[in-house]
Structures are given as C-alpha cells and as structure tokens.
Design a protein around this ligand. Structure first.
Ligand SMILES: [Zn+2]
Length: 282
C-alpha cells in the first residue's frame, strides 16, 4: 500500500470516507460504508472467487453489492461472509445480502448466539467519557439478529474458509467471540474493532477520519482486560498492514510504532477512566 494514497484519498469533511475504497494489497480491498469498513478478499476480475469480511451498516446492501459487481462481475456472489463480530455496524446489511446471495456465514463460536437471536449485547455505555458518539450510542441497536442455519462456527483449527493462507485469531474484549484475521505471507491483518485508527468517541474525528490509533470503541466494550490482551497478541504478530473496522487502513512504520504504543500503554490510551464497563458507574 502506498502511504500517500491512503492519506490523499481521504479528504476531510466530506462526511468521511463513505463510498470510497482503497486497495491495500492486490487481493485486499477495504470499502468504507458510512463509518465502517467492509473488506473484499480476492483478486479483482470478472468471475473471480472472493470472500466478504463483515457486512457494514444497516441499509448498505445495495452499495456493497454494487461495489462487489464492479470488482468481481455480475452474478458472482462471494464464497462466504466472514464476520469479525456481530455488532450492528458490522452485520447491518447481512440479512439483505443473504436474500440475494445464498452463501454461508462464519463467525467465532462465542459470537453465534448474537447471530441466532439467543443473546443480546449489553446496552452501550452512554455515560462513558469521550464525546458525542458515546452520547449518541443509545441509538445503536444492541439486539441480536437471527440468521438461523446460515451461520457456522469457525473451525477450531483456526483455518479460515475460502481464505487458505489466513488464520483467525480470537481477540475478545470488545465482544466475546471477536476475531481478527492474519496472513503470515505479508503480515496483513484484518482486526475488526480489536483496535481502530480513528477516535470513535469523537464525532468530529469519525467524520474526518483523522488517523489516530485507539482501542476498541469505548461505549461498547465490556471487557477491557481481554481487550488489552487481544491488542498485545496482535502487536506481537508484527503486522505490516492492518485494516480496522473503523478508520483508514494503516501500514509500515506508523502501524508498528502506534500498535506497540497502544499495546504497552493500553490503560491510558484505550481504557476510559470510568463507565459502566470499567467500574460499574453510570
Ligand atoms: Zn464493534
């Protein structure tokens, strides 16, 4: 990935990067839908096989499908949809997409209850420090969806269906069954919300997508101890490229320095001083 392309393409104050894509490797395309990224894995070309990672915001199925058609041709659904976790902004278009694409969905086993209507996430912590997004987070749906038998657990051998060179890594904290994906060959990493590259709790920064490393979104992370361990596991793998669920893809020295800093200084960078997921305060 060219460093310049990632900054030049993301012009501030155009309501973020919605509807723009960036190719971080020949077979890895990060497409931004409003405030969240979905990833297309596979070499572009008519009829080529591909996999979708995460399923974006509610009502974004058309956008995702159009972009997929541009990249892989019409009538060419993905082989599977892999989910990093099942928060509403990562599965928003899932039900609509499954209506047109009859494909399997994979998630970590602990995430399945949130995809089969058995369990809801905790309500977001609107009291957590950190500005407008936290304050607005009461609007975010936390109820689970039910896609029934369409969803399958990822294999315990850590292989990823239809992504032969990749492994999934359990990175809980933000959710119980949160995963990241890692390819050893080029140290590319897809991290969901294990860490982000935009300050999620600043509405201004969400809109401008100003690049800044942070832990998982504060208003919706119930286990900070596990979230810290997860970041340390990811940092120890020395990724060269990282695609986060929120913010721009990052690489090289910037990623190396900032991820190390986040791993060693997680408490002060990522964890809120107080809030219902930290000390039970409201
Ligand atoms: Zn999330």
């Amino acid at each position: 990935m060219e460093r310049s392309s990632s900054t030049e393409r993301f012009q501030p104050l155009t309501s973020g990067t919605s509807g723009q894509g960036i190719e971080v490797a020949p077979d890895l395309y990060c497409f931004t839908v409003q405030i969240v990224n979905v990833i297309f894995y596979g070499l572009p070309g008519e009829g080529n096989k591909w996999v979708l990672i995460d399923a974006g915001m509610p009502k974004s199925a058309e956008r995702i499908k159009e972009e997929a058609e541009k990249r892989f041709g019409q009538g060419n659904p993905p082989q599977a949809i892999i989910l990093t976790h099942a928060h509403f902004d990562h599965i928003g278009a899932l039900i609509d997409l499954l209506e047109v694409w009859d494909v399997p969905v994979y998630a970590q086993e602990l995430e399945l209850p949130y995809l089969t209507g058995q369990k809801n996430y905790p309500e977001p912590d609107t009291s957590v420090e950190g500005g407008m997004v936290a304050k607005l987070s009461f609007l975010f749906p936390h109820e689970s969806i039910d896609i029934g038998t369409k969803v399958h657990p990822l294999s315990i051998d850590h292989t990823v269906p239809f992504m032969p060179d990749w492994k999934w890594i359990h990175t809980p904290g933000h959710t119980e069954g949160h995963i990241s994906l890692f390819r050893n060959e080029d140290h590319a990493m897809i991290v969901g919300d294990a860490f982000v590259t935009v300050k999620q709790d600043s509405l201004y920064k969400v809109f401008t997508q100003e690049k800044e490393i942070g832990g998982p979104p504060r208003y919706l992370t119930p286990d900070w101890g596990m979230a810290e361990e997860s970041v340390q596991i990811l940092a120890a793998l020395h990724p060269h490229i990282a695609i986060t669920g929120h913010g721009v893809p990052v690489d090289g020295q910037w990623l190396h320095e900032n991820l190390d800093r986040l791993a060693s200084d997680f408490q002060s960078i990522a964890v809120p001083d107080h809030g219902k997921f930290v000390d039970g305060s409201e």
